[in-house]
Design a protein around this ligand. Structure first.
Ligand code: SAH
Length: 392
């Protein structure tokens, strides 16, 4: 058994159940841990703190996973955690697709499992989860009984852990192509093999529904639309027009397919394949006006050190959006950058308002869907923030 001894005064976060132990907090490694090994974490006085997963390439050298010394994380432990995580999703209604396991938030660092209808997509993002992969597949196949399980291990974060990218069929049928999933009464096509992330943005499910309540009778611009989630719900709730903007032609192709699948009126839809920053600027220069604008950009601040630069980009698009709105118009604006907390995001929005000369109101605050829970001892698990603003 490998013991990892922390430096003096570096035990507090571990005691408070924060799962990340950085290399700088480690004083001594007793033994020769291999990537993904289970290790014991001790404080400077050699008292047990937690069991953890070892990751030699990553700055996050250990992910603490269990605080009870008598419950070493073995196969039974892992099986129990998976079952508990899946069971917690039982309350989620109105969809056949959900995140079953959300890494650290479900006390399973490095593991993501998404259910899309009868298919599962798996991401093993740490050496420990990579080592457990075959076991994870067997367990999930036993609990969910899916038609197939795929790995979408093509994330950048795997590189930081010393893991190669990998996409393959781990269990069952070959890639099914596009599969329709149900979300609150609509059908959405998901591309498990080529789609972004694991195929779809499940974290916005609840927000699509909330935002659609404001759609009736409005002309809507949906920037960073991906497969059109927000637009489809807005059209189904009586929007007079929607324009989707995305830099990915494949994404816009999916929007059209989704429109057809849900029999939504094609004459109310326009797709623009381009850079949303430029499209917004062009629309402002043309004096275009809209009743509602949705801004759901990708992560503009990949880490804390990028926040300042990212805030300028966020402000840029939000300022343009405010200028494009008709009186009484609505801006729905998101950030999925973990480092941009709600108070910073709101401050940025207030700057955008001031510069636009608009005295707007916030009428709603949005967060990630419940299958992406925020673990209080791990604030990093909160990453999606949204505001619904109304202009006078
Ligand atoms: N709103 C979507 C999710 C958006 S994810 C939903 O509800 O499912 C972010 C999207 O922004 C991706 O589809 C990506 O292709 C697109 N994107 C990234 N950079 C862009 C840019 N500069 N201009 C337009 N689209 C961009």
């Amino acid at each position: 058994m490998v013991d990892i001894i922390l430096k003096k005064k570096r035990e507090r976060p571990v005691q408070l159940h924060h799962p990340w132990i950085f290399s700088g907090a480690i004083d001594l490694v007793r033994g020769k841990p291999q990537p993904g090994d289970t290790v014991r974490v001790l404080d400077a006085g050699k008292q047990f703190l937690a069991w953890g997963h070892f990751s030699p390439c990553s700055e996050i050298r250990i992910r603490a996973v269990e605080w009870d010394e008598n419950s070493p994380p073995d196969e039974k432990w892992l099986s129990d955690r998976i079952k508990a995580s899946v069971q917690k999703r039982d309350l989620l209604k109105g969809t056949d697709s959900k995140r079953l396991i959300f890494g650290e938030s479900d006390h399973l660092p490095g593991l993501v499992a998404d259910q899309y209808n009868e298919y599962l997509v798996l991401q093993t993002l740490t050496p420990a989860m990579e080592k457990w992969k075959a076991f994870l597949v067997r367990e999930l196949a036993g609990i969910i009984r899916p038609k197939a399980i795929y790995e979408r291990n093509d994330t950048e974060s795997r590189g930081l852990e010393g893991l190669e990218p990998a996409c393959s069929v781990l269990y069952g049928a070959s890639w099914p192509g596009l599969i329709p999933v149900s979300e609150n009464g609509l059908k959405i096509l998901v591309d498990l093999e080529h789609g972004q992330k694991t195929g779809y943005y499940l974290d916005q499910r609840m927000n699509r529904r909330i935002v659609a309540r404001f759609a009736e009778g409005r002309s809507i611009l949906d920037c960073f639309s991906y497969s059109g989630g927000f637009s489809l719900f807005c059209l189904s709730r009586g929007a007079v027009s929607v324009t989707c903007v995305d830099s990915s032609a494949e994404a816009l192709d999916l929007v059209e397919k989704n429109m057809k699948l849900n029999q939504l009126p094609p004459d109310r839809y326009t797709g623009i394949n381009g850079n949303a920053f430029e499209v917004l600027r062009k629309m402002r220069d043309q004096g275009k006006k809209l009743d509602m604008i949705i801004l759901d950009p990708p992560k503009l601040a990949p880490s804390g050190s990028h926040v300042r630069k990212a805030l300028r980009a966020y402000k840029d698009i939000n300022l343009l959006a405010f200028k494009l709105l008709n009186p009484g118009g609505i801006l729905v604006t998101f950030s999925c950058s973990g480092g941009v907390d709600m108070s910073t995001f709101r401050t940025m929005i207030s700057w955008a308002c001031q510069d636009a000369g608009i005295d707007a109101q916030i009428i709603g605050q949005l967060s990630q869907a419940e299958d992406h829970p925020i673990r209080l001892s791990f604030p990093e698990s909160e990453y999606l923030r949204g505001l619904i603003c109304r202009v006078p």
